[in-house]
Design a binder for this molecule. Structure first.
Ligand code: GLN
Length: 304
């Protein structure tokens, strides 16, 4: 299959979507990003790499980073973390407060913000130097020591973080945060501020297509069963109230972020990432969703 040609076709066929959607404006630093970037990158497990467009430009990966915090927590503590966060799709927005109170502070899944806050709280309790150790973990998966937080984005999100602040307080009132609300929020905002390019992202996510083994070091960070379950969570919960739509149209486990990035994996085959900052109403990249749909349609490569 000529993957480079497939990627070029996708760029051309999605170009008309460039003006649809809006960049995330509730985080002032993200509101400054130009909507007309588009990058796509495909890493195959056989070592091949294909990319085009703004594939080397770093952007704010936002909620995609929740996969790293979850994977780190599962690697450290295994299944026990699911006593504090469930594994069900929420059917609600990523920042919804509605279910959390009547479900007594147990978030539906680790990818909605409430669930990610609990995971971050778990890491704060387990790690000596959480920010440093998280960054080391992500750099190891990426095979790249230059991956970093963006302090401006983290600070900007904190200033306007009213919903996340409310959510963390609600979790605390239900006894499901063990550390100080302020510390949990700080760590969460730092996590979301990680920056990567499409090429860095698709390379990093190969570990989830490879049963939890980092391809470039051969180190195993998750068991086969843990990697399977992490992918299952991406499939069912990775796109919040659009998880069904993404499964239906793309047919791959994946994760989106409000920076406009999306990454998806096909176990034993590839990792594919795309970046286009303009989002639909559910907070997922308009052109990115379409690009991934075209990829699986054109190549016939999906889990279904
Ligand atoms: N940092 C963002 C927030 O908490 C992450 C949301 C997302 O990317 N879906 O609102």
């Amino acid at each position: 299959m000529n993957f480079q040609q497939v990627l070029e076709e996708i760029v051309a066929e999605t170009a008309s979507l460039e003006k649809e959607g809006n960049v995330a404006n509730y985080i002032p630093e993200l509101a400054k990003v130009s909507p007309d970037h588009f990058g796509i990158s495909l890493h195959l497990l056989n070592g091949k790499h294909y990319r085009t467009g703004d594939s080397e430009m770093r952007f704010s990966i936002q909620s995609i980073a929740k996969v790293f915090s979850l994977s780190m927590a599962i690697g450290l503590l295994g299944e026990s973390i699911f006593q504090r966060v469930d594994v069900e799709p929420s059917g609600t927005a990523f920042n919804s407060l509605l279910q959390l109170d009547y479900e007594e502070g147990i978030p539906r899944n680790p990818f909605i913000n409430a669930g990610a806050l609990v995971v971050v709280d778990i890491l704060l309790s387990e790690l000596k130097d959480p920010q440093k150790e998280l960054l080391q973990y992500v750099r190891k998966l990426a095979g790249n020591q230059e991956i970093n937080f963006n302090d401006y984005v983290a600070a900007s999100e904190k200033v306007e973080g009213y919903r996340n602040i409310a959510m963390a307080n609600l979790l605390k009132s239900h006894g499901n945060l063990h550390n100080k609300v302020e510390d949990v929020l700080d760590f969460y905002f730092r996590l979301c501020s990680i920056e990567m390019s499409c090429s860095e992202l698709s390379k990093t996510f190969l570990v989830y297509a490879h049963h939890g083994r980092i391809p470039h070091t051969r180190e195993k960070i998750l068991t086969k069963s843990q990697a399977k379950r992490l992918n299952a969570l991406m499939q069912t919960c990775g796109f919040y109230d659009e998880a069904g739509e993404f499964s239906y149209k793309v047919g791959l486990p994946g994760k989106s972020g409000v920076g406009g990035g999306i990454v998806a994996v096909l176990p034993e085959k590839f990792s594919l990432s795309v970046w286009s900052p303009a989002l639909n109403k559910k907070g997922n990249s308009v052109r990115g969703m379409k690009a991934l749909e075209l990829f699986t349609t054109k190549t016939g490569l999906s889990v279904f």
